[in-house]
Design a protein around this ligand. Structure first.
Ligand code: MG
Length: 282
């Protein structure tokens, strides 16, 4: 789930909550649940399925793995996951909508384990989708990977932001500006903001240090970066009606780089289907 960008800057940097190894271990468990649920959602997103059915599938899976769905009730949110179809950018509320061949759907999932939270998202195809849609999903996933690549001590949040923006814009797309990534862990939205674009001086951007835990989440539009919010008070969609894609990982800054807590660890659940469609960002 997304943070709204307000009052970014120096103040936020001072309030960053660093996590100890025990907290990160709980976030890792939450992250593995989120990764597994995203995988299952990708497999279940077929023509004829409703987004409400997928929400119930996700809730059952999160609870069966020992987590609780973080989003339900957060700021009054009425579902377990976000399911945003086609021009919907984020915060689509699951319900009666029936998925159709050619749709793209972004799933955003949060799980809490022993009070610690992990948050991730992936956009997947419903049946066969257009070449343009596949390209948008690929470039957005790559943008996330480029951002994660910059997540290491000594760099700043702006290095992550710039890498994401550069990759998306190099392919003719735009990054959403109204909504940004965020610190995550003890709460769903913590400092600092993690924008997907650079504005102002990068020298004011928070420095990355070991123990920081961040949700990095490019939202990339085929058309302009502008978004509008529906009357439901949640759903954001592209103003121009173009397609949008969203990939997100929760990461922990380590002494020499970062650990992607929501990347499915190989072999951790033997017998499960490979995650090819759900793996976000690599
Ligand atoms: Mg998020």
């Amino acid at each position: 789930m997304i943070g709204r960008k307000r009052n970014p800057g120096r103040g936020a940097a001072r309030k960053v909550a660093l996590k100890d190894e025990h907290e990160i271990a709980r976030m890792r468990r939450a992250g593995q649940i989120v990764a597994l649920v995203l995988e299952r959602l990708a497999g279940a997103a077929r023509p004829g399925t409703t987004t409400g059915e997928l929400d119930r599938l996700a809730e059952g899976a999160i609870r069966s793995f020992g987590g609780t769905p973080t989003f339900r009730g957060l700021y009054g949110y009425p579902a377990n996951i976000c399911a945003s179809v086609n021009d919907e950018v984020v915060h689509g509320i699951p319900g009666e909508r029936v998925l159709r061949e050619g749709d793209v759907i972004s799933f955003d999932v949060g799980a809490t384990v022993d009070g610690m939270i992990a948050d991730a998202a992936a956009t997947v195809a419903v049946g066969e989708v257009s070449k343009d849609a596949r390209r948008l999903m690929r470039v957005t996933r790559e943008s996330l990977a480029q951002g994660v690549e910059q997540a290491r001590p000594g760099n700043r949040v702006a290095d992550i932001s710039a890498a994401i923006q550069r990759h998306a814009e190099a392919h003719g797309y735009s990054v959403v500006r109204k909504l940004v990534g965020h610190g995550v862990g003890r709460a769903m939205h913590e400092a600092p903001h993690v924008p997907n674009f650079v504005d102002g001086g990068a020298k004011d951007s928070p420095e990355l240090v070991a123990g920081m835990t961040l949700a990095i989440e490019p939202m990339v539009n085929q058309g302009s970066w502008q978004v509008v919010q529906d009357d439901d008070g949640w759903t954001y969609r592209t103003r121009d009606g173009s397609l949008s894609a969203h990939f997100e990982h929760t990461i922990a800054i380590t002494e020499d780089g970062c650990e992607v807590l929501t990347l499915r660890a190989a072999g951790r659940a033997a017998g499960d289907r490979p995650a090819a469609r759900a793996q976000a960002g690599g």
